[in-house]
Design a protein around this ligand. Structure first.
Ligand code: M6R
Length: 358
């Protein structure tokens, strides 16, 4: 049941320290290496490029995963499953289907197409025995536990954590792979992720932030690098459960069109969790100049005080982990906004937990 919570979504947001501990448990060795029992050393020796296929929130996790692989020297792409095309598939392709339920028709259909074209396949899923798990050559479980709310929350975090581990494993097997320079620091921070999540949950001011902007007309989310999938995810969650107009953009794209939408009736959630904050700062300032309110998600409130109307604070950590912490803040903003608007949070109109038609 929902226990002390009004909605499954809030319960599931609050479960994220535990679900992430499960996801990571036993998969990081004492000397900061990844050990995945599913994939003994050498499993992927023949692979020369990696493609992710997924829908919705899982697509955002896939994008995050593809970026991590690229950073360890591996050619990787992420494609929306319903847009998938097998033209570049060879027998050296590794196709990774990311699907919480393991039953999404668009993703299963792309997975089958990849197999028919000769790719080796992995399903990254939450559901043991699901179609994706059964049909792919390998299954890797995210171990997030059951998710009841239609809005994916804890499963996104566990997908990203799992893909981070998988990216590391792949970079060991693939010839192009290079170890990340900051390996040690990264894995020690990754192990602290559940702790950091609890800190965000205990101190978040997301409810007050949601209340402050309840009468806005548009909600924009911007970020670059791994903040970009988080911006897309922030906007998807917001539109899905509040029914308000929300869009996520790559920060740099704002000036290539979307800026025309920005007015004093807009609020721009701006992610400052990565290494390119100076650039995003300029983009946020442009929106601020057009009268929009800026909400900065950052570990350094001092650096944004000139243009940010409000700050959502996250603990200081590695940028690849900070993206997940920022996402939890955005989940909470969506949740509280939807609650104040009296929306049906766990079962938003027109949507289903698992989309079994193409
Ligand atoms: O079960 P899947 O991960 O394959 O589902 C994919 C999407 O339908 C799903 O993530 C959807 O976008 C969520 N409801 C968003 O919160």
């Amino acid at each position: 049941g929902k226990g002390q919570y009004d909605h499954y979504m809030l319960k599931e947001i609050n479960e994220q320290a535990d679900s992430l501990s499960n996801t990571l448990g036993g998969r990081i060795t004492d000397d900061g290496d990844v050990s995945l029992e599913e994939f003994p050393q050498g499993t992927f020796n023949d692979v020369d490029h990696v493609e992710f296929i997924a829908c919705g929130t899982s697509y955002h996790a896939a994008l995050y995963g593809a970026q991590q692989l690229q950073r360890s020297g591996v050619r990787a792409t992420a494609t929306i499953a319903s847009e998938y095309d097998t033209s570049t598939v060879t027998e050296n392709t590794l196709t990774i289907a990311v699907t919480q339920s393991g039953e999404t028709a668009d993703t299963i259909s792309a997975l089958r197409a990849a197999q028919d074209a000769g790719a080796e396949t992995v399903a990254v899923t939450n559901v043991v025995g699901s179609s994706a798990a059964r049909e792919a050559d390998h299954a890797l479980y995210i171990r997030a536990g059951p998710e009841i709310g239609v809005a994916a929350t804890k499963t996104f975090s566990s997908q990203v954590a799992t893909l981070t581990l998988l990216a590391h494993r792949l970079s060991q097997d693939l010839e192009q792979g290079t170890a990340r320079e900051d390996n040690e620091e990264f894995f020690s921070e990754l192990e602290k992720l559940p702790e950091y999540i609890n800190e965000v949950l205990a101190t978040s001011t997301a409810e007050a932030v949601g209340e402050k902007y309840l009468d806005k007309e548009s909600y924009f989310f911007i970020g670059r690098d791994n903040e970009y999938p988080v911006a897309l995810e922030g906007a998807l969650k917001f539109k899905e459960i509040t029914y308000e107009h929300a869009e996520g953009f790559a920060s740099g794209e704002l000036k290539h069109g979307p800026l025309a939408l920005v007015t004093p009736k807009s609020v721009v959630f701006s992610l400052f969790t990565g290494e390119n904050g100076e650039k995003t700062r300029k983009n946020a300032e442009e929106a601020h100049t057009r009268g929009a309110d800026i909400v900065a998600i950052t570990d350094d409130a001092e650096s944004v005080h000139e243009f940010a109307d409000t700050v959502l604070h996250i603990p200081e950590t590695h940028p690849d982990i900070a993206g997940l912490l920022a996402n939890v803040q955005l989940q909470l903003v969506s949740y509280y906004t939807a609650d104040m608007l009296d929306r049906e949070i766990d079962k938003p109109r027109n949507l289903a937990k698992s989309v079994t038609v193409e």
